[in-house]
Ligand binder design. Structure first.
Ligand code: ATP
Ligand code: MG
Length: 652
């Protein structure tokens, strides 16, 4: 199945913005003449003052700097709102779908969103927020989250969004790290029918790291304690605020936001993005990756990126890029399995969504529940599907394509990182023949390369190695907040002259890129280097398996052995027979070298709040080194770990 190729459907090749010939021509130009290419692409943004130099960057240790569009002045919130007022003021910008489908949703036109953002920008100012100040946003997926972010951008404040599911400790750590004096929150969040005590979490965080101001939105109306002199009621403050607020003139290189990475590999890093390059880069990628253009009747297709604004995907592909591009989009408060496993597909039918973008972790969880939840819905409106966050294993890709998309919708598997701002390696639906499991080819202006992980030498042609990017692109992060040295050390020191992604990757004969997982996750069994993603894909391809995580473990003879954690489908009985069958299955699928040495059934896997498997914890358990599990503050459900540790003991 991994050899399958899905050619570009004819109507896509004809009607898409980018067909294959255009892709090839444009890509070549973008790397041969980056200055000319980006000068042109930057015209998609309204600049208050034009930039001079397009690109001024060096990864060299002694002359390390990254600057794009210097001298240019703009306001990104004005690009997302003000400039649309004349042409699409009454067009719906956001269709808000609440957690509980029986609750009324909300729609905001560009004009309404603009007014709300201006009002809230004035509220921030009235509470002492100035240009350059860091504002912590700890809000659920309600329109006010986008309003808050855009209001910060409007006045030049730097937002630091913390996912509204993180613990008080994780919140306090982030508030402290970026020295933020204000937190925007809600009384409670709602996810899957369950209240999340956001205000209580803020209060607990403030015991450790006090702030001057907390602005609280009433989402559920829960009875929460109010701290006099610190807490401000959102609605009251907004009601008193004017809907006029001039947008601050920002330099292209002024900071826009700080966002902490998921912490899959270690302590989260405060990734800092700036304004001009990010605006150009995110909006360009959203247009091309999702072929986002007006329909024949002039209306905009309904677009839905299901990511939370707490992640970079929510920043780039919910808040900034779609609004800059004048999209009509769904913003979803809930979860995929509430009230039942049809929710995504019901929302798609309800709002006639044409473009849908989600994470493999959610897809695998839904796939596990069987096809009926999908097939009972129509999904006729869908035209394009997207995936982000992890390698999508071919099994899940096939399900997404066949069951969700009725074989009709191309899938754009977008590889990128918090650090990269937007999609770096990705198909474009009108241009790219798809290979399930491959993120395919580079975005315009992106120069990927594979290095021999040990020697650091460039590998040509079909090869497997460490994925680096050899030159800068406009939406690249500019620093780790407060620790520029860490920025250089983390990304530019290991392979001098390159941006090191931390990911392993294979390139095939057609020049397609296949992310094999984190480079730290490569296992070396008797001298054979293997990406963990490959073994995981083989396991998940078994009909009774829903999810798998594979790590290396010390092995006397082989150097490293393979330790596999396996979650079976709902209703499947874990047994010794099944264990033996799965081991045999991997042997058959990949070869004897990939035979798991230990296979542990795991009712749940340790995941970050963004749904990524934390393999470093699984490695520790496999190595029987459970005394020091490292930073676990971003774990979704810490109790999963206790269960795995307990069962590890039984394995021996
Ligand atoms: P941390 O850097 O703190 O360990 P993280 O890397 O999980 O956290 P993100 O920036 O959210 O934080 O995730 C980026 C990573 O996700 C990539 O480096 C890659 O490993 C993985 N990834 C994202 N999209 C894809 C994709 N389409 N295919 C394969 N891997 C992907
Ligand atoms: Mg990372």
């Amino acid at each position: 199945m991994t050899d399958a190729v899905f050619p570009v459907p004819e109507e896509w090749a004809k009607e898409a913005l980018i067909d294959n010939a255009t892709y090839l021509e444009k890509y070549q130009r973008s790397v041969d003449d980056p200055d000319g290419f980006w000068r042109e692409e930057a015209q998609r943004i309204d600049w208050i003052e034009p930039f001079g130099t397009v690109k001024d960057t060096s990864y060299d240790k002694d002359d390390f700097h990254i600057k794009w569009f210097e001298g240019g002045k703009l306001n990104i919130a004005a690009n997302a709102l003000d400039r649309h007022l004349e042409t699409r003021g009454e067009q719906t910008a956001i269709i808000w779908e609440p957690d509980d489908p029986s609750e009324d949703g909300r729609t905001l036109s560009y004009r309404e969103l603009h007014a709300e953002v201006c009002r809230f920008a004035n509220v921030l100012k009235a509470n002492g927020v100035e240009k350059g100040d860091r504002v912590t946003v700890y809000l659920p997926m309600v329109p006010e989250a986008a309003i808050a972010m855009l209001a910060c951008a409007r006045i030049g404040a730097v937002h630091s969004v913390v996912f509204a599911g993180f613990s008080p400790d994780a919140l306090a750590g982030r508030v402290e790290d970026c020295q933020s004096n204000i937190i925007l929150t809600a009384d409670e969040g709602l996810r899957g029918g369950k209240p999340i005590p956001l205000k209580a979490n803020v209060d607990a965080a403030c015991e450790k790291v006090p702030v001057d101001t907390v602005i609280m939105l009433k989402r559920t109306g829960a009875n929460v304690p109010i701290v006099e002199g610190r807490d401000v009621d959102w609605a009251e403050a907004v009601a008193a605020a004017s809907a006029e607020c001039a947008a601050e003139t920002m330099d292209a290189e002024d900071p826009l936001f700080i966002l902490y990475t998921s912490g899959s590999t270690g302590k989260p890093k405060g990734v800092l993005h700036t304004t001009g390059g990010y605006a150009v880069w995110t909006s360009m990628t959203q247009e091309y990756v999702f072929d986002y253009q007006p329909k024949a009747d002039g209306s905009m297709p309904v677009y839905w990126c299901a990511a939370d604004v707490g992640w970079v995907t929510g920043h780039s592909y919910v808040v900034y890029a779609p609004l800059i591009n004048g999209a009509t989009q769904v913003m979803f408060e809930g979860v995929p399995n509430y009230p039942d496993h049809s929710r995504f597909w019901n929302v798609i039918d309800k709002h006639q969504v044409e473009i849908f973008y989600a994470a493999p972790t959610a897809l695998r969880a839904l796939m596990r529940e069987g096809d009926e939840y999908v097939t009972r819905t129509s999904r006729k409106s869908l035209r394009l599907l997207g995936s982000v966050g992890e390698p999508i294993n071919p099994e899940a890709w096939d399900w997404y394509h066949r069951v969700v998309g009725d074989r009709r919708c191309p899938i754009v598997d977008t590889w990128w990182q918090t650090e990269t701002g937007a999609a770096m390696i990705t198909p474009m639906p009108g241009a790219t023949d798809l290979k399930p499991g491959s993120a395919s080819r580079p975005m315009f202006g992106v120069k990927p390369a594979l290095l021999d992980a040990e020697k650091g030498t460039i590998l040509e042609g079909a090869a497997q190695g460490a994925l680096v990017i050899t030159d800068s692109w406009p939406g690249q992060m500019r620093t780790v907040y407060g620790d520029h040295q860490r920025f250089f050390d983390t990304y530019f020191s290991q392979y001098p002259g390159y941006y090191f992604t931390g990911d392993g990757c294979r390139r095939d004969e057609d020049g397609y890129y296949w992310i094999t997982g984190r480079i730290d996750d490569v296992i070396n069994v008797s001298g054979h280097r293997m990406g963990t993603a490959e073994v995981e894909s083989a396991l998940v391809a078994h009909e009774l398996v829903s999810e798998a995580a594979v790590v290396g473990m010390p092995h006397e003879i082989k150097g490293q052995g393979i330790y596999a954690y396996v979650t079976t489908n709902a209703g499947v009985e874990d047994s010794e027979d099944l264990r033996a069958e799965l081991v045999k299955w991997v042997r058959k699928e990949i070869g004897p070298i990939a035979t798991p040495d230990v296979l542990q059934f795991a009712p749940g896997l340790p995941k970050t709040r963004s749904g990524k498997i934390m393999r470093r914890i699984l490695r520790k358990i496999a190595e029987d080194d459970t005394g020091n599990l490292g930073d676990t503050s971003t774990l979704a459900d810490p109790s999963v770990v206790d269960d795995l540790v307990a069962n590890r003991a039984q394995n021996k």
